[in-house]
Design a protein around this ligand. Structure first.
Ligand SMILES: O=C(O)C(=O)Cc1ccccc1
Length: 337
């Protein structure tokens, strides 16, 4: 198992009472199979070791299992410090039945190249792995494996398993791939030989994973929280992006991620996926969301949850809950005159 990142951590608590994150006896799923970075993220959630855990073959099927009730929570990758957003996750949570993020987990990422039995580094021609892993080793592969052709796999661990001895009805078959890029743990789990270690182009890369459930009570505010939203961007609304940003800026709300994604309905149709620093329990966050909803009724709330890296949110004095309350009371007083 990948050791926890020094800054990693998730405060979802399986024993948490109502208002806490994860229910006891919950069933979990993750982007599998055994040995993915996503599994390493899931194992950081307290109580998972004693819970029912099943592997899903893709992000989409993990989230579908939560929507259908086949699982209560899914761990999926959402963002990488080198490669950016994981589109399968960002897009899937933005449409269909509502889902809710309950926790985030950071996992440090380092890759090895494993080979099928008997293959040497210089013989590698066909490589497979997850597209996000390939994007993070492309420079190394260009230099060390200039002849190699890349084919995407559903996950790093799924790609590595394609190198194991295969048998068909006609007897043993040579695997379709020579090598795969995966976590060091997968080499231990499968016994596949390691052809090269630490092959990532950028040392210190971190992937952010989210634990997703069906809509329910919010994890309690901790003072170091994040809220995730998606906002459709009407293309007949001049200044729409500026108006979205203004709702946060005028309320002193910092954004920690913002990315645009095509809606898939036609060229020029986009939505924004963003994380803001703060919790829905805070007045300034409520005010920003209410304003966003007036202007963009399609805004979707995807959860408020503790940040993996604790960093107290600095709220300007005039944006505090107390300042909002005083303002409201003053106006009410005027109406009572
Ligand atoms: O394929 C995996 O192991 C995953 O969990 C997805 C992924 C791939 C590459 C970097 C981080 C996460």
């Amino acid at each position: 198992m990948t050791p926890p990142h020094p800054e990693a951590g998730a405060r979802a608590d399986v024993d948490a009472p109502a208002g806490g994150a994860v229910r006891p006896g919950a069933r979990f799923t993750f982007l599998g199979p055994e040995g993915t970075f996503t599994e390493a993220a899931l194992r950081q959630i307290p109580g998972v070791a004693e819970s029912e855990v099943t592997a899903s073959v893709s992000v989409i099927s993990a989230l579908a299992a939560v929507r259908s009730g086949a699982a209560d929570y899914a761990m999926v990758p959402i963002e990488n410090s080198v490669e950016g957003g994981v589109s399968a996750t960002v897009d899937d949570v933005a449409s269909g039945d509502d889902l809710q993020i309950l926790a985030e987990v950071l996992v440090p990422i380092s890759f090895v190249l494993v080979g099928r039995q008997g293959v040497r580094l210089e013989d590698v021609r066909r490589v497979t792995t997850h597209t996000h892993a390939w994007a993070q080793v492309r420079g190394w592969a260009d230099a060390q494996l200039p002849q190699a052709e890349f084919t995407p796999a559903p996950s790093t661990a799924a790609g590595a398993r394609l190198l194991l001895p295969q048998t068909t009805d006609d007897g043993p078959a040579i695997p379709a791939f020579d090598a795969a890029v995966c976590a060091p743990l997968v080499a231990e789990q499968t016994g596949l030989p390691v052809l090269a270690e630490r092959i990532e182009d950028t040392a210190g890369a971190v992937t952010r994973f989210v634990l997703v459930g069906r809509p329910g009570p919010l994890p309690a505010p901790t003072g170091t929280d994040k809220t995730t939203l998606t906002v459709p961007l009407p293309n007949d609304h001049p200044g729409a992006l500026l108006e979205i940003l203004e709702q946060f800026s005028t309320r002193g709300i910092n954004l920690s991620r913002i990315e645009s994604r095509p809606t898939g309905t036609g060229l020029g149709q986009y939505f924004f996926s963003l994380d803001l620093e703060g919790h829905l329990a805070e007045e300034r966050v409520q005010a920003a969301l209410a304003a966003l909803h007036r202007i963009f009724p399609g805004v979707r709330f995807l959860g408020s949850y503790p940040r993996a890296v604790e960093r107290e949110v600095q709220v300007p004095g005039h944006m505090s809950d107390e300042a909002y309350r005083r303002g409201r009371e003053w106006v009410r007083g005027l109406l009572r005159r």
